[in-house]
Write a protein that binds this ligand. Structure first.
Ligand code: SAM
Length: 268
């Protein structure tokens, strides 16, 4: 029977610092569950010492990917939660276009994982003829996820929500049930490695999507993040969060409600 490592063992503090230096991921900004996941993976790999755990992820890229995948869960899909995409297309984007014009609109997929969300936004931006050079910014802390996003190859099952006409127009089928997003779609997106907790944000966004990213963030970390998003938005700009991630303190932070899971920076 393996001896379980204690979360408060001195070795765990050192491990957390090393992980932060290697990946930018600060395990202290997350809820307790993240520590459980760190240790579940340690057990799964049959590792009992933090030194060996860190060495494994530092020296083996595949293990590092598995570690980050396991902790940050970069699972995604195109047009995830379809009714929200209908709302974006039929209500939010037309309102932004009327107020800001097609050339100005800047959209950010914050925590973009392997690219499904920013490419869904890119498809909308092509359909709605947004004309900034790259209207969509896509960022993630995980360099491995970003590398996959830039490649843009997807399994058929990740594309189940893509309407057939858009699938035909913006994807090229490849062998073995995979599809590739066309260059026209890729050209709409600028990818950037960014840690939402630590890094400084750009500003002037009209729409920010941050969905299914904050699951493990502590409540203090969430409030700090939502404050940063507020300042990153243009007046009148929207923040869309995941469908279990209602912001209870939205008024205190400075947002107004714009619908379910949708918040707006007031115009005045
Ligand atoms: C489940 S995916 C969400 C993908 C997409 N937004 C969606 O809803 O389908 C969560 C992503 O958040 C990223 N993430 C977690 N913590 C982060 C942080 N501090 N800064 C930036 N990205 C982070 C993970 O790397 C992961 O790719």
């Amino acid at each position: 029977m393996m001896e379980r490592q204690e979360y408060n063992a001195p070795g765990y503090d050192v491990f957390k610092k090393q992980v932060k230096k290697l990946t930018g991921l600060d395990l202290n900004s997350y809820k307790h569950q993240i520590h459980r996941r760190v240790h579940m993976l340690m057990d799964r790999w049959k590792i009992t010492a933090y030194e060996e755990y860190f060495r494994t992820i530092r020296e083996n890229d595949l293990k590092l990917r598995e570690f980050l995948d396991y902790l940050t869960i970069n699972v995604s899909e195109f047009f995830r939660n379809p009714p929200k995409w209908t709302e974006l297309r039929e209500i939010i984007l037309p309102e932004l276009i009327a107020r800001r014009g097609r050339r100005q609109i800047k959209i950010w997929s914050a925590g973009c994982a392997t690219g499904e969300e920013p490419y869904s936004l890119a498809i909308l931006s092509l359909e709605e003829r947004l004309s900034a050079r790259q209207p969509v910014l896509a960022s993630d802390i995980d360099a491995g996820a970003l590398a996959l996003a830039k490649k843009g190859h997807y399994l058929k099952r990740q594309l189940l929500n893509v309407p057939p006409d858009l699938l035909e127009k913006y994807f090229t089928p490849e062998e073995k049930e995979t599809y590739r997003v066309r260059n026209e779609v890729k050209g709409q997106v600028a990818f950037q490695r960014l840690n939402l907790v630590e890094d400084v944000f750009d500003s002037g966004f009209d729409l920010i999507l941050c969905r299914n990213v904050v699951i493990y963030f502590s409540s203090e970390t969430k409030v700090l993040l939502y404050n940063k998003f507020l300042r990153a938005l243009s007046p009148g700009g929207y923040l869309l969060v995941g469908s279990t991630e209602q912001i209870f303190d939205y008024k205190k932070i400075g947002f107004e409600s714009a619908g379910a899971f949708l918040y707006r920076r007031p115009e005045g």
